[in-house]
Design a protein around this ligand. Structure first.
Ligand code: NDP
Length: 291
């Protein structure tokens, strides 16, 4: 079994981006610039955004953090989005989700100019993904594709089962794995909570991508010998032996499934760290005006 080290690959990618940024600046390009809008004071969102800002510093990007109180109105947010759309110095920006309930996330996403939508959530970018046109692939699926690529995991002609059909992970993942691309060309089965006999599908899978949000959901009896296992889940479970009182586990029952897998991502340290590297990659693509 080979453990897929997302932390290591993420750092490698960030070093490569840093080198490319230096080269681009040396030939006269401006410093790539990522902005982030953060609403409210949710601790998890604050942590995510500050890691993104720190990662920008590490690779030589400029970053701008725009903060609003959780009571902000849609109108004020839309005005800021418009301002960022028209600011030529900003190559791309994200709105950290979730937003307070009185704000429509969809409305905000649709207000972002598609060329600056480095999270890849705008309907235009999702449509471009489906049509095989240059686009921003949302960070988590993009990270998974890069892991498969860096570990040289064969995908051509394989049967890939994706569990979960969310807009940000499962659905784009299923599209990417079925594309006629180097990492792709799989026959894809997309499973969800209405799937009957899930185990029959997973037992036939060469590659399983689990994005469900249920701790230790995928067990060894659901996996065939030698399968590649990508665990997207990040779930908190109580652990009184730790001072913080909880630990993070994936959607895959790691101890037992790793005995059968050919490759497997751990949680933490697998898919998670790739998200930031992918966002930085998308920002570089934006700065180079490739979308
Ligand atoms: P969602 O809750 O949006 O989607 C979960 C999906 O799982 C749904 O499509 C749901 O089906 C399906 N599902 C639920 N129960 C079952 C079941 N019993 N059998 C089969 N399918 C089921 O979650 P996300 O996609 O946003 O996230 C999934 C997990 O990945 C979470 O743990 C999240 O924290 C993590 N995550 C990790 C990231 C990372 O960077 N590593 C980034 C994003 C998410 P249905 O559509 O029918 O309801």
């Amino acid at each position: 079994m080979i453990l897929i080290d997302g932390k290591k690959i993420s750092l490698e990618l960030q070093s490569e981006i840093a080198v490319e940024v230096k080269e681009l600046i040396a030939i006269g390009m401006k410093q790539p610039h990522l902005a982030a809008i953060l609403v409210g004071d949710d601790p998890a969102s604050q942590t995510y955004v500050s890691s993104k800002v720190k990662a920008c510093d590490n690779v030589g990007f400029k970053s701008t953090l725009v903060r609003f109180e959780s009571s902000v109105t849609e109108q004020t947010l839309l005005a800021k989005i418009e301002e960022l759309n028209n600011n030529d110095d900003i190559d791309g920006y994200i709105i950290q989700l979730p937003l307070p309930r009185h704000i429509s996330e969809q409305k905000m996403i649709e207000a972002i100019h598609p060329n600056k939508d480095v999270d890849g959530f705008h309907p235009v970018n999702v449509g471009r993904l489906v049509l095989n046109l240059p686009t921003y692939i949302s960070a988590t699926p993009f990270g998974i594709i890069q892991l498969l690529e860096r570990y040289d995991i064969p995908t051509d002609g394989k049967h890939c089962v994706v569990i979960g059909r969310s807009n940000i992970v499962g659905s784009p993942m299923s599209i990417l794995m079925s594309k006629n691309t180097t990492v792709g060309n799989c026959t894809v089965t997309l499973c969800h909570s209405h799937t009957k006999n899930l185990k029959e599908h997973t037992l036939n899978a060469d590659i399983i991508i689990a994005a469900i949000g249920k701790p230790n959901f995928l067990t060894a009896d659901m996996v065939k010998q030698g399968a590649v296992i990508i665990d997207v889940g990040i779930n908190r479970v109580d652990d009184t032996s730790l001072t913080k009182g909880f630990k993070l586990v994936g959607d895959v029952s790691f101890a037992e499934v790793s005995e059968k897998a050919s490759y497997i991502t751990p949680v933490p340290g697998g898919v998670g760290p790739m998200t930031i590297a992918s966002l930085l990659k998308n920002t570089l693509i934006a700065a180079k005006k490739l979308v």
